[in-house]
Ligand binder design. Structure first.
Ligand code: 1GP
Length: 232
């Protein structure tokens, strides 16, 4: 059952903007978990498992938890859904299929809702952990045609979401012209994240076509700012 995906698609169709807090199992403070986000994404590029973090969120609030795994080791059937992601920039055949094959049996057996997602890394002004760990080259934000082609390819391959990622802790978030061009080129819901640190940056992403904005580091460092972002 595509419960969470259907919700996302319905919000996107109506133009309702969604705000997601990303929790990295390696660095999060359970005391800052609260209601009010549309979803929590849990995952990170480290090897840590996500089970305890998913439990902590479930204990703290009713917000659905969606796994955003950096590796198959981060899978846990306790989450409400799993982003089954493809790093569209990668040209490494092992990275493009091996982790999926490795986790397919366990994922299917768990019955968890899975959402196929095209994950597109763009240059956020500093080397991201994803780039460092995967060797995938982020596309420069001036290469709008290249970014659009990756997004179109993702949709044509059946991905139900496209995620434009500037990288965790990016200096420069995804730029307006990039978001706008991708929004015009694909119909699936669009996620934007990486380096967003202000309500203005969040609203700029929404205005230019993001359906979901994901914020991780800033909320970890400034949990007191969360209510202001929720009044989007
Ligand atoms: C990283 O896009 C997310 O995958 C969030 O990035 O931590 O920089 O908000 P930040």
């Amino acid at each position: 059952m595509a419960v969470i995906y259907n919700q996302i698609a319905e919000h996107a169709r109506r133009g309702d903007k969604m705000l997601v807090r990303l929790i990295d199992p390696d660095k999060f403070d359970a005391g800052t978990l609260s209601e009010g986000f549309d979803y929590y994404f849990v995952g990170g590029s480290s090897a840590s498992g996500c089970t305890d973090t998913v439990r902590a969120v479930h204990q703290a609030c009713r917000t659905p938890v969606v796994l955003f795994p950096g590796s198959p080791k981060q899978f846990t059937p306790e989450a409400d859904a799993l982003l089954f992601l493809t790093l569209m920039n990668s040209r490494d055949p092992q990275l493009l299929i091996d982790p999926h094959v490795m986790s397919a049996g366990e994922v299917m057996a768990s019955g968890i809702e899975t959402i196929p997602m095209g994950y597109i890394l763009v240059d956020g002004g500093r080397q991201s952990t994803t780039e460092r760990l995967t060797g995938a080259r982020p596309l420069p934000q001036t290469d709008i045609d290249g970014i659009v082609r990756l997004a179109q390819t993702a949709q044509l391959l059946g991905k139900q979401l496209v995620y434009l990622e500037a990288g965790s802790g990016a200096k420069n978030p995804v730029q307006e012209d990039v978001i706008r061009a991708v929004r015009e080129a694909v119909q699936v819901p669009l996620i934007v994240g990486g380096g967003i640190r202000s309500v203005e940056q969040m609203n700029s992403a929404y205005r230019t076509g993001a359906d979901i904005v994901v914020i991780g580091n800033y909320f970890e460092e400034h949990p007191e700012a969360i209510p202001e972002f929720m009044q989007r």
